[in-house]
Write a protein that binds this ligand. Structure first.
Ligand SMILES: C[S@@+](CC[C@H](N)C(=O)[O-])C[C@H]1O[C@@H](n2cnc3c(N)ncnc32)[C@H](O)[C@@H]1O
Length: 221
């Protein structure tokens, strides 16, 4: 759950749910929610999704050229692996489409995705040789991040490779990103995830803009 939003709702409501009005929500978060909520948890999740949707569908801008390791360089790196299927999780504007072979992009908020849905909502029996998780498994709690990585591990073929770019919890400059909770990835967590899911760390580097770039390989069972 988004702790920033929950903290604001707890402070504002003072244990009185009638204080969470549509007017308060629009004034505080700049969004409206369609869903009828009865608990603070439901309000938090509905507001979180609406804030994410607003920012990533209308305000966030891509710049693939700015990355030292996790941008356009990946085109050759991934194609050289000769993958039969590549999944771009949280693909944004789907900029690798047509450049990396056999790629499909999923994203719940960007209309350029092949499938407009979240990582956890993507259901398939297909296995991918390569999965890209570039700045997209980075929102919300540690449990949510771990569940999203677990989902990617199930989608990855044995011996498959996952390329990551992660944010160490730094906010984006645009005010429309104010309520987004950026998970603070760090190297010990990257190692913990590898141990938990049977992944080998092939590479780990400091990318531009204080991001970390790293590569996991799923160890063959
Ligand atoms: C910082 S952008 C990075 C986009 C692209 N991968 C890139 O490198 O330019 C983060 C992306 O993650 C997407 N995203 C957010 N939550 C997601 C989720 N639960 N599942 C999949 N994608 C998500 C956003 O819509 C956004 O396009």
């Amino acid at each position: 759950m988004n702790k920033k939003i929950l903290a604001e709702l707890l402070t504002h409501s003072q244990n009185d749910m009638t204080r969470i009005t549509a007017e308060y929500i629009i004034q505080t978060f700049g969004i409206t929610i369609d869903k009828t909520c009865t608990t603070l948890e439901e309000y938090t999740n509905a507001i979180d999704i609406a804030c994410m949707n607003r920012y990533f569908s209308a305000y966030w801008e891509a710049d693939m050229k700015k990355w030292k390791y996790s941008g356009l360089q990946l085109i050759d790196e991934v194609n050289n692996l000769r993958p039969r299927a590549v999944l771009d999780v949280g693909c944004g504007y789907n900029e690798f489409k047509g450049k990396i072979k056999n790629l499909i992009g999923i994203d719940p908020y960007n209309v350029h995705a092949d499938w407009k849905l979240s990582t956890l909502d993507y259901k398939t029996d297909k296995k991918y040789d390569v999965i890209l998780c570039l700045g997209s498994i980075n929102f919300g709690s540690r449990d949510k991040i771990t569940a999203e990585v677990a989902k990617c591990v199930t989608l990855l073929a044995d011996g498959g490779t996952m390329f990551f770019r992660v944010n160490p919890g730094l906010p984006h400059p645009k005010p429309e990103s104010q309520w987004i909770e950026f998970y603070a990835w760090n190297v010990p967590f990257i190692i913990e995830i590898a141990e938990q899911f049977g992944l080998k760390i092939l590479d780990i580097r400091d990318d531009s803009n204080q991001r970390k770039y790293f590569v996991y390989r799923k160890i063959q069972s």
